[in-house]
Design a protein around this ligand. Sequence first.
Ligand code: F0G
Length: 473
Amino acid sequence: MTLGAMEGTIEITATRTSAEQHCIEPNCGARFGINERLYVCSQCGGLLDIERTTEDDAETLRTVWQARLASFDPRDRSGVWRYRELLPFTESAPIVSLAEGNTPLYDAPRSARYCGLAALRLKHQGLNPTGSFKDTGMTVAVTQARILGARTVVCASTGNTAASLAAYAARAELQCAILVPSGQITNAKLAQSLDYGAAVLELEGNFDDAMRVIRELTEDESIYLVNSINPFRIEGQKTVAFELMQQCGWRVPDHVVVPGGNLGNSAAFGKGFKELFDLGIIDRLPQLTIVQAEGAAPLAHLFSDSDGGRFTADSLLPDARQLAPVKYPNTLATAIKIGAPVSWKKALRAVLWTGGRVLSVSEDEIADAKAIIGRDGIGCEPASATTVAGIKQMIQKNLIEREETVVAVLTGHVLKDADYAINYHRQNLYTHDSESLPGEMRRIEGNYSNPPASVKATKAAILEYLKREQPQQ
Ligand code: F0G
């Protein structure tokens, strides 16, 4: 790789590298060409990983990635393609980008106090072009769809993958079909997908049913599936680990905490951290903790008998590694209402690599944590708030020390689910969970609710109101 000035931008000549796909199952390990259209191993059905070799050393990569922050090359303006030495493409790839990534790492003092930490940082992936972390994977998967000459791109989704795919497919001028569980995705996500011109197919059943149907659809050659079972999605999403570490000045935090649904995101973080570590770009791995919603927590169930959500050596027996799907997943955090997560083996691997944990949190914990993240002036959608709720739980159980360095990853924008926020603040948020009476909905008590007030349209009434209602700490 060389670094030189060209027309005011940084021009990089990448070292020749090679990439291939391989099966992650230890007993199989079959290898495939990078442009073979596969989603799972054609020999054993296992998940696929993309392996890329680079001849660049750690120092060169860090220097080039740093220099690109000041570049105007569109590839460098993307927080994904900036790290292209570790992506499985040639220099001439027909990139489909919306300048994704580049998301802020905020200090969140109120959330830190709420959890009992000295400090907490929030990496806000909800500030991507379509309002969720999915964009970092979609730019890569839709680029690969173009390379493969696909005509139609499809996904099953709880809403965010759909909105993201719809946008990137529109940019690439590809037909796009999204399969969503009818009545179970938020209006904002539905509105985005419609606006970006996707064919929105509302299916009976839940996300897991939509996922099952879509895998059958991909037997058709002209259709390309971009759910996170597709390893190119994971390649894009792993760059969030790169961007995060760069923002931390390559000083590795003790803990990184992510929400878990279909478990592609946690799989991608694990792969990203491991690649940086193997290249010598970081000198240790952060502990990766995955937090699921109690009613949709199949991976957490696998860990629950072990020490505080950590997998112990005893629990590594082969039988202990079979995930029991949750047949009727249930949570108001609709983004992660998933009972049979496709990438669970990769997520499990990530937790084991990093010595992390898997936990679950209740609906009440999610709701209050979300309100607190709002009070930091940041906000997020419900699924993202599992992270802060999980951190609070870990502090209470002495699994994290007050002075440790912690980053929580927020995955979706606060406006992705405005109804949830309004219902919470009006004390009108109802759930049906293990605490509810049979056949009845239970109201979630909003401990940090901030309802709108009716005030007379006079100066005196407004001043009187402001005097009475001192800002809450
Ligand atoms: N947070 C948000 C906001 C999400 O939309 C999702 C997943 C997750 C967390 C969980 O990430 O699946 O990689 O473990 N949403 C998918 C979708 C399933 O279809 O939009 P994961």
